[in-house]
Design a protein around this ligand. Structure first.
Ligand SMILES: *Cc1c(COP(=O)(O)O)cnc(C)c1O
Length: 369
């Protein structure tokens, strides 16, 4: 029997149950289920929370990423065959958004300490076809955006931030999603701000981009039955928007709890077979995942499982090694591949009790080879 769940969504949402049910009831009674006032309200609330002008609700995080690149193509800023710089150790969605737009992903080795892109490494991958940098704020840790934006300016590149894991992370008091030309968020149930279904959002300060994305996600239409683009159907529905408005209010509190747990892990886990993640600036990390590294992963998983502590691997296979990406299978990315063999995610969630936190710490500390 498990003592500590990896992530218990029922417990997370139970706390807000009556508010969530009120929100759903309000939408049911309104008779309006798509593109209505709940969506408008949540778009405004979330873009205000991040600190940008426009929020465009879409069906999920993958669509958010895909539609930004698609819109830049429609605007003539990029075209098929252009290169997009992205870290090789990301979740596959970041790469799918690139290849589905007939763009070329340039797999960049991450900084193994932050798991993110570093500006110095990016610079060595830039060619005459490079048009976009796509930094993924992996595990909830915002990338070093000041230095990445410097590289982008120097080489005149667009920046699309993948913020699917980093709602609310900030650097120099500026939140994830405000640094680049546009940013994509996911509200998949397991994300730090999770819907009770699928949902996503693009945020940007660019009014033109915002209009095109809104149109592309609605069959390429600006006005009813007039289609300017070959669009798709990608909308954030009223019920999800209403529930996300409820949950957004509690996001800062939930982030603080995650940061508190990470702080305790950082201070109290003490085992020289395990390397802990960097924890130098509290506000830069919102701890979607707490990812440690160890050369003894299989043994540690077994030990923790025996102790009743659930763990997961994010991620077991990098995108370029996936069967679906056979064309990239031969790429030589030793830093990325080593990370995929050594990373392990410990439980971290706003509903973990102090007792559970202590049990995880004690269990990790009692691990021997
Ligand atoms: C979850 C995730 C996505 C995709 O979000 P969905 O809502 O599941 O489509 C994209 N990028 C990263 C880094 C993610 O973790």
């Amino acid at each position: 029997m498990k003592i500590v769940d990896f992530l218990n969504l029922k417990k997370i949402n139970e706390i807000y149950s009556s508010e969530l049910k009120d929100a759903v009831g309000r939408v049911i009674d309104s008779g309006w289920y798509i593109c209505g006032k709940e969506l408008k309200k949540f778009e405004k609330e979330f873009s205000d929370y991040c600190g940008v002008k426009y929020g465009i609700g879409v069906a999920n995080g993958l669509d958010a990423l895909t539609l930004v690149l698609r819109a830049w193509k429609e605007m003539g800023l990029i075209s098929s065959g252009d290169e997009v710089i992205v870290q090789a150790n990301t979740y596959i969605a970041s790469i799918l958004a690139i290849t589905s737009n007939n763009l070329i992903p340039v797999f960049v080795e991450p900084d193994p300490d932050t798991f993110n892109l570093s500006a110095e490494t990016i610079a060595t991958y830039i060619t005459s076809r490079t048009k976009v940098i796509l930094p993924v704020h992996l595990y909830g840790h915002i990338s070093n955006m000041p230095s990445i934006m410097e590289v982008a300016k120097k080489y005149n590149l667009l920046v699309l931030e993948d913020c699917a894991q980093a709602h609310g992370a900030e650097i120099n008091n500026v939140k994830a999603g405000c640094w680049g030309d546009a940013a994509a968020f996911s509200f998949y149930p397991g994300k730090n701000l999770g819907a009770l279904g699928d949902a996503g959002m693009v945020i940007t300060n660019d009014n033109g981009l915002s209009n095109i994305i809104r149109s592309l996600g609605n069959y390429g239409s600006h006005a009813k039955y007039k289609n300017d683009y070959l669009g798709i159907n990608s909308r954030l529905d009223e019920i999800q928007a209403a529930m996300l408005s409820v949950k957004l209010k509690y996001l800062p509190r939930e982030i603080s709890r995650r940061q508190h747990i990470a702080y305790r892990y950082g201070c109290e886990i003490n085992n020289n077979l395990i390397k802990l993640p960097l924890n130098n600036n509290v506000k830069e990390h919102v701890w979607h995942l707490y990812v440690i590294k160890t050369d003894y992963r299989d043994l540690l998983i077994k030990h923790l499982n025996y102790c009743g502590v659930s763990t997961l691997v994010h991620y077991p296979i990098p995108p370029h090694k996936q069967k679906a990406y056979e064309v990239f299978n031969d790429k030589n990315l030793p830093v990325t591949e080593l990370l995929h063999e050594t990373v392990l995610s410990l439980p971290i969630s706003p509903v973990m009790t102090d007792k559970e936190i202590e049990h995880v710490i004690a269990s990790v500390n009692s691990f021997t080879k």
